[in-house]
Design a protein around this ligand. Structure first.
Ligand SMILES: [Fe+2]
Ligand SMILES: [Fe+2]
Length: 297
């Protein structure tokens, strides 16, 4: 397989690859420069231990000449009071030993209490105590891997606990103290705006944009009036418009725009719909595209 043409120049595109589907991977290559993989999602039990799915890893190794790989975990639980997940760290160790990562990222939230999995992710109380705890853990993680580490704004499923900081102030302090980067999930902002009347403009006015290295966009659905953070669809116009507005910010240094999709959604939408969506996003955001020879379908 050979890349024979490149166009576009401003930002880059990324999408998710969390299920063994090398045909899909090769079909999206013309539109993406990064591929996101979730260590927890591609983990499996093998001989009494949890390890990464070898077939998925091998298919990623096959396309390494053409894309950079980024890891985006869900199980770290960086905000759990009793420590973050060592099982997730073990998976990340294995991934980083196997595939060179451009950077890795997680969510500013928690998924475990007292070692029990919540089966969902909750936002952190934005207190001084929590900021100290998160900053110490971010520094440990950055020391361990020596590659950039990004944290992402998550949706608020529950009303806020009493806070010492606004959402943007908490992120600004976190990045100032640790030097970590940020993922700005635009769809999550829209969910919060819809569900809790979150003030997106006020948040963006207050946010330091310099650490924002990656933007997440996704398309979801509503259930009983609640906008769900589920990556199941093509991207709505409102999400695209808000992303374009963010990209125009003078301090914006975003490297990649990540169209996130659940593996189940790839199957439901189909390869062609996903590729058409990436093609459309590439035109809108002026990201590079390539033509490949030797791609089988
Ligand atoms: Fe995420
Ligand atoms: Fe996201």
């Amino acid at each position: 397989m050979q890349a024979i043409q490149q166009s576009g120049s401003t930002h880059t595109l990324c999408t998710t690859y969390d299920a063994y589907d090398p045909i899909f991977l090769k079909k999206v290559l013309p539109y993406i420069q990064y591929i996101e993989v979730t260590p927890d999602t591609i983990a499996r039990a093998l001989d009494d231990r949890i390890t990464l799915n070898e077939s998925i890893i091998n298919s990623l190794l096959d396309v390494l000449p053409f894309v950079k790989v980024i890891a985006h975990g869900v199980g770290l639980s960086i905000g759990s009071y009793d420590d973050y997940s060592k099982a997730y760290i073990n998976l990340l160790d294995e991934l980083i030993e196997t595939i060179p990562l451009a950077w890795h990222s997680e969510h500013l939230g928690y998924v475990r209490i007292n070692g029990q999995n919540l089966n969902t992710m909750l936002a952190l109380p934005r207190t001084k105590e929590m900021l100290d705890l998160i900053c110490a853990r971010v520094c440990l993680i950055q020391d361990r891997y020596k590659i950039p580490f990004l944290l992402e704004n998550i949706v608020h499923l529950l009303p806020d606990a009493p806070a010492d900081f606004s959402d943007a102030q908490f992120l600004n302090e976190l990045t100032k103290r640790t030097g970590c980067g940020l993922i700005l999930d635009v769809y999550n902002l829209e969910c919060d705006s819809h569900n809790h009347r979150f003030d997106i403009s006020g948040f963006l006015d207050e946010l330091n944009f310099s650490p924002v290295k990656e933007i997440h966009i996704a398309g979801g659905t509503e259930y009983k009036g609640f906008k769900l953070d589920i990556h199941s669809n093509i991207v709505s116009d409102s999400t695209i418009d808000l992303t374009l507005q963010i990209l125009k910010h003078p301090a914006c240094q975003v490297e990649t725009i990540n169209y996130e999709l659940l593996p189940e959604a790839v199957n439901v939408l189909g390869h062609d719909v996903v590729c058409e969506e990436l093609k459309k996003l590439s035109k809108i955001f002026n990201t590079p595209t390539r033509e490949f020879t030797g791609i089988s379908s």
